[in-house]
Design a protein around this ligand. Sequence first.
Ligand code: GLY
Length: 356
Amino acid sequence: MKSSPIFLDTKPVAYVIGDGALAYSEKLLDSYPRIIVLVDENVEKHCLPVFREQLPNVNISEVISIRSGEEKKNLDQSVYIWNRLTQAKVDRDALLINLGGGVVSDIGGFVASTFKRGIRFVNYPTSLLGMVDAAIGGKTGVDFGNFKNQVGVFADPDIVVIDPIFLDTLEEKQWQSGFAEVMKYGLILDRELWRWLYGKHFKEIEDWNKIITRAARDKIDIVRHDFREKGIRKNLNYGHTIGHAFETYFLNTGNAVTHGQAIAAGMICEGWLSTEAYELEWKQLQEIVNMFDINFDRLPLSDAHIPELLQLMKQDKKVRGGRLNYSLLRKIGKAIHNIEVDSNLVIESMKFYINN
Ligand code: GLY
């Protein structure tokens, strides 16, 4: 028998999570007079039919389809969506449904919260990464000038509906990408989740409903306490300071890697930093490296790439007053933020990743 979804009203955001969430959410859309759906071309083909079937009474007035991929998360596509909303005479009572992965919820949330000074939006994540991370917590925006998420705003959706039904539509690479974020919750705050996952390749996991529900709730707990990333939310950046530099580097070469591939590599480097510059035990670092190596190939990097990667890191939004701050691990299941690390150690951490 299938379990019913969890309904969490955390004001100002309501969450519906788990098997059956999609159908359950239909009644929550009753109060919106006009509904526009934003998708990319893949979601339009594979997920929009599922959405229509599960929510047969929702009257969609407009479907806006954008091009897929992180490299398309830019101001040009935002302009395209603003134009489409203007042509369709969308007013401030309308609701934008972001049906898609992280790119759709990032750009859709940004466009909605700036159009006519803000229309409401809800997120229906269709990728694993969206379900456990991007759709939760109100970070919206686009890439700009070769930097990820350089322009954007914090803006909460009214509702986030997380239904594993869409996982079957995912390509393996996207599934793997989201799994890196799931593992991150285990490392930074949820040792039990880490235990559930440890030693498994993501394809061996059977109960995704349980895993997604747990990871999504971990993230909701954090963003409820620290929406604007002044403190504990920074722990979510574990693996991301170095990982974002990897991601940007490969994006700029035209051979983009997934977000998960980049931050899995970043979590190995920052795991090493946690041992060298903080108190993570070497044995636990080996456990972490082992788990990422089960699930990810190493990125094609050599020591010669390190100066450019360091340069990219200095552009990171997490840099304050020219200093690089890291979120590191004290132990598996416990993170700490605002740790300043000498750049020589950062270089060594990348060498550890590249050469071991
Ligand atoms: N993806 C990290 C955060 O939402 O803060």
